[in-house]
Design a protein around this ligand. Structure first.
Ligand SMILES: Cc1cc2nc3c(=O)[nH]c(=O)nc-3n(C[C@H](O)[C@H](O)[C@H](O)COP(=O)(O)O)c2cc1C
Length: 231
């Protein structure tokens, strides 16, 4: 059976953005290895914020009373073997639309009661909610990979609370340099090819090689040409 992949890109720049630059080849690589990939843009969807009433846990398990595009998306998320979340880095985390989506999906998946194990609390998953893999794809404006640290931790927390396996992150720091190189037409191809390779690897081996991820995130231009270094 081919892997079912759901990808969501929350960038307001959608397919023209920096995040899409690395997300698209990554998804293409998965398709090349037979995965069924569906991509959604939060900007095209109407997803209201969670109202915090817990009706989806207590009154109508797994069902939100808000009737919006989350109805269709939620069933696809629950059904997918692999979740790919593409978000630009905003204030060291996901951007608003992605956070709204995460809030809307995590709580309805769980049982009403919480379990406490090894010093941590979480809801057990409701019956029928399958497990699977999660990949983060992100781009940022600042220079270094460390800018993604909080976002990676947050994504791991999402995995913990949805009982899913965090596989890794495809990250593009100083992303504006990639955009201008690619638009210039003669450099950065290895970065896009590595993103595509990561997609193939994920479907073939169920994991991402660090060597491939390092190429996606590689230094593209001299630091001094991208930022003003101050003492
Ligand atoms: C509101 C806002 C907050 C941002 N915060 C950060 C940040 O904390 N760190 C960073 O490196 N870049 C930050 N950026 C830059 C974006 O991460 C960067 O422009 C990203 O590549 C945009 O992706 P997109 O073209 O797919 O929308 C921010 C941009 C905006 C608009």
């Amino acid at each position: 059976m081919p892997s079912k992949v759901i990808a969501v890109n929350s960038s307001p720049n959608m397919d023209k953005g920096n995040t899409a630059l690395i997300l698209m080849p990554f998804l293409e690589g998965m398709r090349e290895r037979g995965a069924e990939v569906e991509l959604f843009y939060t900007k095209k969807l109407r997803i209201r914020p969670c109202q915090g009433e817990f009706r989806c846990v207590i009154e109508t398990p797994g069902e939100c009373f808000q009737k919006d595009d989350m109805e269709v998306l939620f069933s696809k998320i629950v059904d997918a073997d692999i979740w790919v979340f593409g978000s630009p880095l905003y204030l060291s985390g996901v951007n608003g639309p992605m956070k709204i989506l995460w809030d809307r999906m995590v709580i309805p998946m769980g049982e009403a009661h919480t379990e406490y194990k090894e010093g941590r609390s979480r809801h057990p998953m409701r019956e029928g909610i399958k497990s699977g893999k999660v990949i983060l794809v992100s781009s940022c404006g600042y220079w270094g990979l460390h800018n993604f640290n909080l976002l990676i931790e947050h994504t791991k927390e999402l995995c913990f609370h949805t009982h899913r396996e965090y596989i890794g992150s495809i990250l593009r720091p100083h992303a504006y340099a990639l955009k201008s190189l690619v638009e210039g037409g003669n450099q950065g191809d290895d970065v896009l090819e590595a993103a595509r390779m990561a997609g193939r690897q994920l479907i073939e081996h169920g994991e991402l090689s660090q060597k491939t991820l390092d190429i996606v995130s590689r230094e593209l231009v001299p630091l001094e040409s991208y930022v003003r270094v101050v003492e």
